[in-house]
Design a protein around this ligand. Sequence first.
Ligand code: PLP
Ligand code: COI
Length: 353
Amino acid sequence: MEIKIVKTTTPKEKPAANALGFGKYFTDHMFVMDYSVEKGWHDARIIPYGPFEFEPSCMVFHYGQSIFEGLKAYKGADGGVLLYRPYENMKRMNRSNDRLCIPQIDEDFAVDAIRQLVLLDKDWIPEGEGTSLYIRPFVFGTDNALGVHPSHTYKFIVILSPVGSYYAGGLSPVKIWVESEYVRAVRGGIGAAKTAGNYAASLKAQEVAEKKGYSQVLWLDGVEQKYVEEVGAMNIFFKIGGEVVTPVLNGSILGGITRDSVIEVLRGSGYKVTERKISIDEVHEAYKNGKLEEVFGTGTAAVISPVGELCYKGEKMVINNNEIGEVSQMLYDTITGMQKGAIEDKYNFTYKI
Ligand code: PLP
Ligand code: COI
C-alpha cells in the first residue's frame, strides 16, 4: 500500500534543547491509517499534525480498546538517522493488538511508515546529550457504539515528539515507592500488553507516591503482593551479590525491549543474569546483609535509570550510597552509544533509515 504524503504549509518553531522535557512538543507531521472490516487497513497517509473529530459515542472513550508503543530515533554520528529495534516494537504492538482484539498490522509496512515519517521530520531530531525523537505509534477502536464488544473500525496513528530525559534529574538515581496497597495487573489480565488501561490503573498509586517524594511505583504481583513485577514505565533489575536478577516475564509484566537488550549486553559482557521470580522480602534481606549492590530500571523513555532508594512499608533502603552504579553506567554508555551509532553495535540492535 502506498503512503500518501501531504506536507504542512505552516511548519512549527522547534523547541530549544533545554526546554524539551518528555512528550511536550510534537513535530509537523503524523502518520494515519484506517481499518474497516470491508477494506482492512487502508488509506495510509502522512499529513500535518493536528486534531481529529470523534463522536462522543466513540468506543475508545468508554471501554479503552487501545494500545500503544514507544521507540526512539537518533541522529547518528555520521548524520544518518537510526531507529532502535523497531521490529521488536511492531511485534509487541501486534501482541498487544491480539490481546485487545485489534486487527494485526503488517510489521514491515508499519516500520516503513515510521521510517518515512521520521525522515520527513528528521530536522526535529534533537542532538544534545540525552535527547532523541520519541516515536509513539498507537491504535484504538473508533466505532460509535456503546455495546461492549470489539470495535469494527480502528485508527493507527504515529506521532513524534523531540524529548530529553524522562526524569527531571537525568541519570541521577531515582527514588521508588514499593506499592503494597494497589496492584497494577493480575494473573490472566492485560499486564503484558501495552494498553492504556494498565497506565490508568497505575495513576492512583503513582499520585500518592509522588506526593511522598517518589518518582515512580514498583509494583508487586497482583495475587500475593509478594513478588516484584515492574515499575510504572520501566522494567527492574537488581544486582545481588554479583548476580543480576530481573523478574521473569510471567504474563503480567511488560516485556521491555530495553530489558531484553540489557540482558543480552550483560551476558555479552560476562555478567550472570537470571530471569526468575524475586520476592520483595529477598530484596530486603539482601539489603540488610549488604548484598543489594545496585538497582536500576530500563525502558525506552527512561533508558537506564539507577534507583537510589526503595521504600517498602515505611522502610527506606538506600542503594549504592544513592550513586550511579558501575553496571548502570556501563549499560547506559553501551546502549546510548549504540543507539547514536557512536560505538560498534555487535548485537544488530540499530536500524539505519
Ligand atoms: N514497563 C512498562 C510498564 C513500560 O511502560 C515500559 C515502557 O515502555 C517498560 C516496561 C519498558 O519497555 P521498553 O524497554 O520496551 O520501553
Ligand atoms: C516508553 O518508555 O516508551 C513508555 O511507553 C513509557 C511511558 C509510558 C512514557
